[in-house]
Design a protein around this ligand. Structure first.
Ligand code: PLP
Length: 369
């Protein structure tokens, strides 16, 4: 049976590379000649050890992770990490306080969760709308903070940091869920990085944590064992049953990233893809408008309105219907912001992005007055 041609611009769970799906399908019933699926495999077998160890090795290679960092594969999603980060790190200093740079929905949720475990200081003046990154000269960082937290790509609003915040020596923790492995990263600048896999590196169910070794063992006593990074690190993420199949898919995606040129290539491609869309927005005389400051527009998630800056609902509906007829799906903006959002993660091809760009141009020519 022929598969329907779909161009998936969803924000997550998102498109997976076609070769990964084909390999997963091929191996579904019989993994590596074992006669069973990874779905049925004990996490205590040497075969599963090979899968999780290969995933870790590939990740270390792709991100050049220094030896003094641990790599964990955990459950609980990005939201689980909002709690886990605070539970593990807020007790690093006696004041039990943490600095949060809040640039969108996800960092706001993380800050709210951390308030359960200590004092949270939002380092910049309150913003009415998330349309940019508050100028770092307005930040008041607390030198006694246990850590500084930020989200380097806000998936809902489409705001991406193109710099690593200078925390003046305080540990830096980052949510990289929606731009993980889309570019090289200097891991040594961070105390902790986490990323849910379901956007750029796999499917839902597993969250990757990269943590500097000296930060282990400082969790609050109320921290659940499954979220205690020291416990998970000592057990190679196998303190309890891990999300085995999701880890296997991550391994396949990492192999795919490696064979496609690694993070440098992903970076080049994501710049190329996002420029195609931003160029149309910028040259549309306001027909398409992106509310985000030019310097921090995301390469991964591009939100825009159609018709005027508030969005003409009828035109946006027509745009989505027309896109759907061409097989372009999941372009509707997040329910909290409305409008349109095109997500261009690693697995979204240049060809798919060109098709979207061509559709946007055609729609513009037809409707611009
Ligand atoms: N952080 C970011 C940047 C996200 O985009 C998301 C979800 O989309 C989350 C955290 C929450 O992840 P989860 O739904 O896995 O809890």
């Amino acid at each position: 049976m022929e598969t329907k041609k779909v161009l998936n611009f969803g924000a997550g769970p998102a498109k997976l590379p076609q070769p990964v799906l084909i390999q997963a399908q091929r191996e579904l019933l019989d993994y590596d000649g074992l006669g069973i699926s990874v779905l049925e495999m004990s996490h205590r077998t040497s075969d599963f050890s090979k899968i999780i160890n290969t995933a870790e090795t590939l990740l270390r290679e792709l991100l050049n992770i220094p030896d003094n960092y641990k790599v964990l594969f955990l459950q609980g999603g990005g939201t689980g990490q909002f709690s886990a980060v605070a539970l593990n790190l807020i007790g690093l200093k006696k004041d039990r306080c943490a600095d949060y740079i809040v640039t969108g929905t996800w960092s706001a949720k993380a800050a709210k969760e951390a308030e359960k475990y200590g004092k949270v200081n939002v380092v910049h003046p309150k913003v009415d709308r998330y349309t940019g990154i508050p100028d770092s000269s307005s930040w008041s960082l607390n030198p006694s903070a246990s850590y500084v937290y930020y989200c380097c790509n806000e998936t809902v609003h489409g705001i991406e940091f193109n710099f690593i915040p200078d925390t003046k020596g305080v540990i830096l923790a980052c949510d990289m869920s929606s731009n993980f492995l889309s570019q090289p990263v200097d891991v040594s600048k961070f105390g902790l990085i986490f990323a849910g896999a379901q956007k750029n590196v796999g499917c839902a169910g597993v969250t990757i944590v990269i943590i500097r070794e000296d930060l282990l063992g400082k969790a609050l006593k109320e921290c659940p064992l499954v979220f205690d990074f020291k416990v998970q690190a000592e057990n190679n993420s196998l303190h309890n049953t891990p999300p085995c199949y999701s880890i296997y898919i991550v391994k396949l995606v990492l192999e795919w990233i490696k064979s496609n040129g690694g993070t440098d290539s992903m970076d080049k491609l994501s710049k190329q893809k996002s420029s195609l869309i931003y160029d149309i927005i910028n040259s549309s005389n306001g027909f398409y408008s992106c509310p985000i400051d030019v310097g921090c527009r995301s390469r991964m998630n591009i939100p825009f309105r159609i018709g005027n800056s508030e969005g003409d609902e009828a035109l946006e509906k027509q745009f989505l219907e027309g896109a759907s007829k061409l097989g372009m799906i999941s372009l509707k903006g997040h329910r909290s912001v409305g409008g349109i959002r095109a997500s261009l993660y690693n697995a979204v091809t240049l060809e798919d992005t060109r098709a979207l760009a061509a559709y946007m141009k055609g729609f513009l020519n037809k409707h611009q007055t």
